[in-house]
Design a protein. Structure first.
Length: 231
């Protein structure tokens, strides 16, 4: 029993370094809202099913006074059949509409950004390779496995791979985006919370895939400029 408790504790703590439900940008906030919506729908279905399960368990369980009782054979119930056909479709629509809308907004944001094409952006070139991340800033400054961003300024990451397919994932700031050799993908977001946030490669990329981690530091714009000058 004690061993089981330790295993359960380790399981619950295993994902604590990447806080998916702690958004630090409007991009990540939209994804978080979708997660809460889908989780809420799943919990609603779970609760209803469990209530019905307990109800029928109590209603039809075998007792001493009805051991030989045979339940009435129901040939069909049109109202129930319509209900359990319509309800799942309705739940899927409730989940699908915001999912498709949000996905379209985030996809178009990769080319237009959250503030539109006319808004000035901070452009950072990201190169993934086995087994590290290289970040090159507009002035030619370079950092490895550490991404530094200014607060409340739109950032455009231009991502390429040196070797195999990688996947850039900073859950507090944006969703996953694949990084390909000989092809540039773009990710646009605005960090609106100060602090340090963990990121990693979400695509198995070789024997040392576990080393493909990076830290993102969001700082005030003035501190960001000072940091660039110090590189």
């Amino acid at each position: 029993m004690k061993k089981t408790g330790w295993i359960l504790t380790l399981f619950l703590l295993s994902g604590c370094s990447l806080r998916v439900l702690d958004p630090a940008s409007p991009y990540a906030d939209k994804i978080t809202r979708l997660i809460y919506l889908s989780f809420g729908i799943m919990m609603l279905v779970f609760v209803v099913v469990m209530i019905l399960f307990v109800h029928f368990l109590k209603k039809f369980h075998e007792t001493s006074d009805r051991v030989d009782e045979i339940p009435v054979d129901e040939s069909g119930n049109r109202k129930l059949e319509i209900t359990w056909t319509v309800l799942p479709v309705l739940l899927l629509v409730i989940l699908a509409v915001p999912t498709v809308t949000t996905t379209y907004q985030l996809t178009s944001g990769a080319s237009q950004g959250e503030g539109g094409q006319d808004k000035e952006r901070v452009i950072i070139h990201v190169k993934a390779e086995q087994f590290r991340w290289e970040f090159t800033y507009e002035g030619g400054e370079v950092s490895y496995d550490k991404l530094v961003l200014p607060l409340d300024k739109e950032v455009e990451l231009r991502l390429t791979s040196e070797d195999v397919i990688h996947s850039f994932w900073a859950p507090n700031l944006a969703g996953k985006i694949d990084v390909f050799p000989d092809k540039e993908t773009r990710l646009v977001f605005t960090a609106n919370k100060l602090g340090d946030f963990q990121g990693k490669c979400a695509e198995f990329c070789g024997s040392h895939h576990a080393l493909m981690r990076f830290e993102t530091t969001v700082m005030e714009a003035s501190a960001y400029e000072t940091w660039l000058q110090d590189q």
